[in-house]
Design a protein. Structure first.
Length: 661
């Protein structure tokens, strides 16, 4: 990939202005929010992202309680789990537009950098039915930046161990119009392992083999606000990425990667999104919001013979190409029926196209149409009580799925299938004061089976199942919030989720005579229970800001206790403290995770404690230097067994902010 951010130009910009104005930190693109009253959402704001040097969305989300940072090691993907639910069950949106990959419902959050993000909203458990389908475990919405002044300019350039980063965001308002544009580049040639790492036959230590990545993003948004009651915006995002996949370096004798390591590279991982969003208020009581979008995902995976990454002659070597896109729209209408009641209705329609082939094979195409209808009602009984209820009907219909027989070379059609699902939710809140409340909620949420769930042969080891039904979860939650104590903010929640119709792999369903082995199949067989609690406390006094949060999550397989759920520790404890004096800010933050399972048969990734620190020093009112060190104690740790994470590493960067009122 040859596209780069001209860092020299950024450096020139940094030292060419003698401005004293500071950019307004409230530059949130509110049109891109999914605004839901009386539904609790956790937020990672821009200040948190900058203070903790979180360069991608996955690491930014890890700041929240109930969120676990995870890694799909064999694919070098960064993911998160929301109260134990993965990204198939917690879809990702950008400005309210779904951006998850049509084929499997996942998205690599490491490819989503935070340079153009103003805030990240997270709904846990019963996300509002207004989001649309597949929010079985919640929803994640990345809200972009919007200009506040006639000119808003933000730029940064920095060095970090093994690579560098640079970005430029520029926007402005002119009467009824505004324009926001950004460009960024985040490149790493490698990351370094801990000095305590013990080398293996596939990893000699020091620099992690094949750990490079490069992510370039360009975005532009043009908006028009004809009056105080209407806003229209067109946005375009172009992400270009490439990455390597470090080889398995573990010692699990039952893991097939020990004997058959994967030598994989992704020469491109590209995503483009074009969307239109509008918000209109026909009268003082009504509001209409419309979203129309086109989202494209293309990637290529090259599998090589060995660690030289040159030849592709062995049976397991291949080049696989995906070409996916989605076209969709949603419309939401809200009206204040009375001063204390608001009724909302939404329609969603989305068409997903997945195309795939290995080089030398024909292209196979699969198409799905997904629809959703939802109604939500908010009722205020007094200043002290509020209730909310919602219901939605979701449908997914297949519109063609091609099957390829590698033995004969023939392409045929799978049987088509349609699946429907209902979502229901309700909550009741008691406000003791405007700053102190308790809320009880219930929801039945669902996830429709993905294309991969239904049609994948899983590299010749499985039988497709086009008739898969939706998974469902029953969520129960009791939460408490209190900001009435001076300088203190308290949050706490307990939750229980009963999960049924879980899509899981069932072994020995069909015998493959030519291959001499049994094949598995994805079926609606599983039942599970996820439960736990969260607590967060922040305390600000004078020059000191502190915060601590704790998460407890336990996941039980109700059908087979010997099959473990993976990637989520039962206990996670995080804390942060920032001391500021004369605009110089010292931040220290730490995180402790207990062990987690890496395989369903019980392989463990040990627990760990990490400590990070950074120092922000102003040079001028418009220029800041930030430097720091991550993993101060050089801890050798893993998120998944066999894939070691980065050791002690340093960074230094310049941040520039300038505004013309």
């Amino acid at each position: 990939m040859k596209t780069i951010v001209p860092l020299a130009i950024i450096h020139l910009i940094l030292f060419s202005f003698s401005a004293t104005a500071q950019r307004d930190s409230s530059g949130v693109f509110h049109l891109g929010e999914v605004v839901i009253k009386d539904i609790k959402q956790d937020v990672v704001n821009r200040e948190d992202i900058d203070r903790h040097q979180r360069l991608n969305v996955a690491t930014a989300l890890n700041l929240l309680p109930g969120v676990t940072l995870g890694s799909v090691g064999p694919r070098n993907e960064s993911v998160v789990f929301i109260r134990g639910f993965n990204l198939r069950q917690v879809p990702v949106f950008v400005d309210g537009v779904p951006v998850y990959v049509p084929y499997d419902g996942y998205v690599d959050l490491a490819r989503f950098t935070t340079f153009g993000v103003s805030r990240i909203d997270v709904s846990k458990g019963s996300a509002s039915v207004l989001y649309g389908p597949n929010t079985m475990g919640g929803a994640i919405n990345l809200v972009s930046v919007k200009p506040v002044h006639r000119l808003d300019l933000e730029a940064g350039a920095g060095w970090l161990a093994g690579g560098h980063e640079g970005y430029l965001n520029i926007g402005g308002r002119l009467k009824k119009f505004y324009v926001q544009a950004g460009v960024s580049r985040y490149k790493r040639d490698h990351f370094g392992l801990s000095g305590n790492y013990t080398p293996t036959k596939t990893e000699d230590g020091k620099e992690r083999e094949n750990s490079m990545h490069e992510d370039v993003q360009f975005n532009i948004k043009i908006g028009y606000t004809p009056n105080s009651r209407s806003e229209y915006a067109i946005g375009y995002i172009d992400q270009q990425g490439e990455k390597g996949t470090p080889v398995y370096a573990g010692a699990d004798s039952l893991n097939s990667l020990l004997k058959n390591p994967r030598y994989w590279k992704w020469p491109y991982w590209n995503k483009k999104s074009l969307y239109f969003i509008s918000n209109m208020q026909p009268d003082s009581l009504s509001e209409v919001k419309l979203r129309v979008y086109f989202d494209q995902f293309r990637n290529r995976l090259d599998s090589y013979d060995d660690g030289s990454y040159t030849a592709q002659t062995r049976p397991y070597a291949f080049s696989s190409i995906y070409d996916d896109h989605s076209i969709g729209a949603s419309a939401e209408y809200s009206r204040n029926i009375r001063t204390d009641n608001r009724l909302s209705a939404a329609l969603h329609a989305k068409r997903d196209i997945h195309k795939e082939h290995n080089i030398g094979e024909p292209v196979r195409k699969t198409a799905d149409n997904t629809y959703a209808v939802s109604i939500s009602d908010e009722q205020r009984f007094s200043d002290n009580w509020a209730a909310k209820a919602g219901v939605s009907w979701n449908m997914r219909e297949n519109d063609g799925a091609e099957n390829y027989d590698s033995q004969t070379g023939a392409v045929s059609q799978f049987d088509a299938a349609t699946n429907t699902a209902w979502n229901v939710q309700a909550s009741l809140a008691r406000y003791f004061t405007p700053a102190r409340s308790v809320r009880a909620s219930f929801g039945r949420m669902t996830r429709l089976a993905t294309i991969k769930d239904r049609y994948s042969y899983r590299m010749g080891t499985a039988v497709p199942n086009p008739a898969l039904k939706a998974e469902h979860a029953l969520h129960y939650e009791l939460s408490y919030e209190d900001a009435s104590i001076r300088r203190v903010r308290l949050q706490a929640a307990v939750f229980y989720s009963s999960i049924g119709n879980v899509i899981q792999n069932v072994n020995n369903v069909q015998y493959d005579t030519p291959a001499g082995r049994w094949l598995s199949q994805m079926q609606n067989k599983g039942r599970a229970a996820f439960y736990g609690g969260e607590a967060a406390v922040s305390y600000n006094i004078g020059m000191l800001q502190t915060g601590i949060n704790y998460s407890f999550i336990r996941r039980k397989n109700l059908d087979d206790k010997n099959i473990r759920f993976t990637d989520v520790p039962e206990h996670k404890l995080s804390g942060t403290a920032t001391y500021s004096i004369a605009r110089v800010a010292l931040t220290v933050d730490g995180e402790y995770n207990t062990y987690r399972y890496s395989t369903s048969y019980g392989t463990k990734a040990p627990g760990f404690f990490l400590l990070h620190g950074s120092l922000a020093v102003p040079v001028q009112s418009w220029l800041q230097v930030r430097m720091g060190v991550n993993n101060i104690f050089d801890k050798d740790y893993v998120l998944v067994e066999g894939f070691p994470e980065q050791g002690r590493n340093y960074f230094i960067k310049l941040n520039f902010n300038y505004s013309i009122l």
